[in-house]
Design a protein around this ligand. Sequence first.
Ligand SMILES: Nc1nc2c(c(=O)[nH]1)N[C@H]1C(S)=C(S)[C@@H](COP(=O)(O)OP(=O)(O)OC[C@H]3O[C@@H](n4cnc5c(=O)[nH]c(N)nc54)[C@H](O)[C@@H]3O)O[C@H]1N2
Ligand SMILES: Nc1nc2c(c(=O)[nH]1)N[C@H]1C(S)=C(S)[C@@H](COP(=O)(O)OP(=O)(O)OC[C@H]3O[C@@H](n4cnc5c(=O)[nH]c(N)nc54)[C@H](O)[C@@H]3O)O[C@H]1N2
Ligand code: SF4
Ligand SMILES: [Mo]
Length: 759
Amino acid sequence: MKLDRRSFLKGAGASTAGCALVATLPGTLAAFEQQSLKPVGSEVNSICEMCSTRCPISARVINGKNVSILGNAAAKSFGGAVCARGGAGHSLLYDPQRLVKPLKRVGERGEGQWQEIEWHEAYQLIAEKLNGIKQKYGAESVAFSSKSGSQHKYLFHLAHAFGSPNTFTHASTCPGAYKYAASAMYGGGVKRDLGGAKYIINFGHNLYEGINMSETRGLMKAQTKGKAKLVVFEPRFSIVADKADKWYPIKPGTDIAVALSLCHVLINDNLYDHDFVEKYVAGFDEFADEVKQYTPEWAERICEVPAADIRRIAHELAAAAPHALVDYGHRTTFTPEEFELRRALYAANVLIGNLERKGGLFFAKKAKTYNQFAGDDAAPTLGKPGVDGMPTITAKRIDQVDQQFAMTWSKGGVYQSILDAALESKPYQLKGWVISRSNPMQTMTDRARVVEAMKQMEFVVCCDLYVSESAAYADVILPESTYLERDEEIFDKSSKSPAYYVRQRVVETIGDTRPSWQIWQQIGHALGLGKFFPWETMESLQLVQTKKDAKLLQEIKRQGYISYGVPLLLREPSYVAKFQATHSKARVADEDGSYASALKFKTPSGKIELSSTKIETMAPGRGVIRYREVTLKQPNQLFFIQGKVAVHTNGATHNVPYLANLMNDNAVWINPITAGHMGIKSGDKIRLYNDTGEEHGVALVTPGIRPDTVFAYMGFGSKNKELARAYGRGVHCGNLLPHVISPVTGMSLHTAGVSVAKA
Ligand SMILES: Nc1nc2c(c(=O)[nH]1)N[C@H]1C(S)=C(S)[C@@H](COP(=O)(O)OP(=O)(O)OC[C@H]3O[C@@H](n4cnc5c(=O)[nH]c(N)nc54)[C@H](O)[C@@H]3O)O[C@H]1N2
Ligand SMILES: Nc1nc2c(c(=O)[nH]1)N[C@H]1C(S)=C(S)[C@@H](COP(=O)(O)OP(=O)(O)OC[C@H]3O[C@@H](n4cnc5c(=O)[nH]c(N)nc54)[C@H](O)[C@@H]3O)O[C@H]1N2
Ligand code: SF4
Ligand SMILES: [Mo]
């Protein structure tokens, strides 16, 4: 059966009312004459991209059309399931407002005047402009940024070939702080075994709304099957708080006081794991000395959590150790002291010795490591596609002027420093910006400053699926194929055992879009840098990864997700016993039945560094984890905090029809006492304002928030009319958050002071 565009859109449930505004917008699927759509396969295993958790999926295709998306049943740790957003992928795929043709700006920047162009014209224009900027100001004056994880490597490869050191991921708006803190202390990233834990302390890790299928399922498993106790510190009554055994409405930005005083009690009351500390930890004495002053009574004065409760929680944590954990959270940008907070949270885990124990923290077991323990090739290792003779770049990154950010340079850099370079020539001026799969206008901070920065650029390219708020200020918009239409490299998804998975096309490409790995390659050619892009197809890259093993590639594609061996936790004897029973040549266990003696840390001392001389050198005064007071609001203001909502992703999905239908506004949570003083009732129009910006929204009066705090789900309130289902609906959080670069981590700030008034 042949499907034309019209029957396609009808079948996808596209609302004609929704299309009316954009039916004439050039470049969208609605404006594109679709020829025919052929089936690719009836059940395709692939990877979700409705958020960056990237869960393994299984997509059903009938007559060339994707009709449903479920979890890949083989991916047990993800529960073989998807969340609401993952299940709505086809609504994005068939959204008539999605871009399917390159666009060139014809009016003023941000004015919304676009002309459809062909890919070769787009490439030619981009090559001309970027090479022009390079000649005039040097290659380093072009910044390249992309959300990490999917195909950012290809964009960064282009940047490298072009000669610019200025590549940025979203790290300083999201995972930076907890990653750098783990690196400083453990010598590398650690994961949490939520599912195996008996006692979990959670500081605003919003897992039942900010969903990560495997961790969300882990927490659910711990709470149901494992009967784990969950203690939650959260300024609002989130769903995690609702499901907790105990909820403390902590004062925003003061979590570090609780974390440090938990450490104080663990040491002071002699509850910590002496053997673990002796064997694996450096810098304990300095840390112990520092936390002597951080008593629960001290903490209570700062965070408003009763001292007796902090003391009791520390005792309960120690009693459940080592099958217990202090969740180090995810979004990490509440205060400028994120580095100290995340280190303090890790420190509590170190003190209870939960590393590589069931229900504790652990290192990922990738194939190479796993095979070393197994004594055989239990899991295949992957090859890395690479290109010889890449140019050496001598120019310094814009964020490389300050040694304290050294940990960020190779891992994503300080994203918002692009604004300072563009507007204040700090340390030199940026003239061009190539953005992919990132929407800084919504997700960075200080929206007005992002607008100014983009306006002063000589040339901006944006690769997206929509005319996002940021794309609206570009000169050229490159429409990427959705994740359901593209093939990508094999990804390592190892956890307690090695695992791989792969993204592959579910349906044929609709419209004139391309995958971004190809887009950057083709731009490379247009720039005259073709020799740095020798690959031809994605399959040729995948075969480099499988070291020419076509059968292995086929198997990974067929299953979509493959895990190898059995879960391994090095200090958990029952896991080691099972591992040995599975692998006949496995390493001999220590006397206690564990592999504890094999634990290694890639830190300067070779140990877990509770205190660090390396950090002291990088950022004087920060070698030892220390409390520093921060001011997040003025006395007459309220704290403004945000979080994820279960049916939307960041600044990405608010225009996806199914999800927009579920929720298209973010009412502002406000406590009845506070609202009462201002005469505000639920449903009233209110105004939020501070030195950064002003937003108008609707009040939701609820006791589920502290009286000194207001809350809104993030990502709403688009100021771009081309996002027709999201435009002007709700509060735009980024317009109320100041531009900040936090010490050491370079993190931006997601808590601000705001004034609230009835509108
Ligand atoms: N549905 C959905 N799932 C997602 C995403 C999404 O957009 N939507 N995004 C994905 C991404 S990119 C990420 S990084 C993760 C993020 O996962 P999380 O970090 O778990 O999610 P957030 O909702 O950002 O978490 C912030 C929570 O902290 C609370 N909070 C605010 N200030 C404070 C404070 O000072 N102290 C404490 N203790 N709590 C505070 C907020 O009320 C909110 O509940 O989620 C991922 N999953
Ligand atoms: N105020 C506030 N700001 C925040 C947060 C918060 O909670 N509050 N959370 C922070 C966090 S945790 C994160 S991770 C960042 C995320 O911020 P960003 O890195 O900007 O990521 P997203 O908002 O997820 O998506 C960005 C863009 O990617 C596009 N997109 C989606 N899929 C594809 C694709 O396949 N290809 C291409 N080319 N484009 C695609 C979307 O249309 C969207 O415009 O935001 C941060 N900013
Ligand atoms: S958490 Fe949901 S949206 Fe994110 S990747 Fe998984 S299924 Fe997709
Ligand atoms: Mo994130």
